[in-house]
Design a protein around this ligand. Sequence first.
Ligand code: FVH
Length: 290
Amino acid sequence: MGRTTVSVIGLGEMGRALAGAMVTAGHPTTVWNRSAAKADELVALGAQRAATVEEAVLASPLTLVCLLDYAVSGAVLRPAEGSLHGRTLVNLTNGTPAQAREAEAWATGHGASYLDGGIMAVPSTVATSRASVLYSGPKRHFDAHEDTLKALGAAKYLGVDAGMAALYDLALLSAMNVMFDGFFHSLAMATSHSEGSAAGFTDLLVPWLTNMSQVMHAFAADVDSDAEPVLAQGLDVVLASVRNMAHASRDAGVRADYFEQSAATLERQLAEGLTRYTAPDAVRRLRTSD
Ligand code: FVH
């Protein structure tokens, strides 16, 4: 059986990697980009250049969209709305869950099938074992195109709500961002000492974090369970060490805002009568509704 024909709209760094993966996997591929020259290398590899977005959509049953943001993807796709009927749109542009749901309503309103996606990769890892792409929307649309989508990286289906892929994508990116903020904080502390070095410190940090990340599975089980949490520390013990982190940061000439705020929250919880530090409590205290 021949490979599914695919169109790719948006040929920035990521769009070019996605289109290249499709061409390499043997899918007849049609591409469109505002700046047409970005298609040149792909055309040399065998892709077809579409003159308009409508031409790109009409060329394939499956169209991947990877643009700057949802304002751009909405504006780019609007002129082609009359050609969407009966086709599948997979929007891999980074956006919020609400934007994904709005895009789904718009696309289905024009007779298209819609999946939203979150790319957990950088351009150089697309189509390698280090890439995964999260998808959400009706399962039958995912099932219909899963084999084709696998050309980009592991295809992970998250659920029928089109907003799920964006929610998990942004939650994963949140964890990464906060981790890097923590890393830079720790480097500022470690290199404040005349004998400290970023490289030497990082040699200790990476195995430490790698080991500690294993605890996340047990924390997650506690968050999912209604039973008494298994992992718990005394709140007073945690507060004492957080105060020390704030103190040592200030002494090292490093901003301590994060730890001061964290200590204030723990002090409030202690004052409210909480005595144990657990994952469900930590998650609850972040929720604005509590
Ligand atoms: N690059 C990465 O590592 C990350 C990995 C995770 C996912 N992101 C998201 O992918 C989307 C695209 O990112 P990108 O890296 O390809 O970004 P650029 O290279 O800057 O390409 C942007 C494309 O958007 C087009 N574009 C921008 N503004 C407009 C507009 N007003 N009208 C039409 N098209 C527009 C741009 O076209 P051009 O400038 O080449 O003509 C590119 O095709 C993004 O959501 C990331 O968060 C990537």
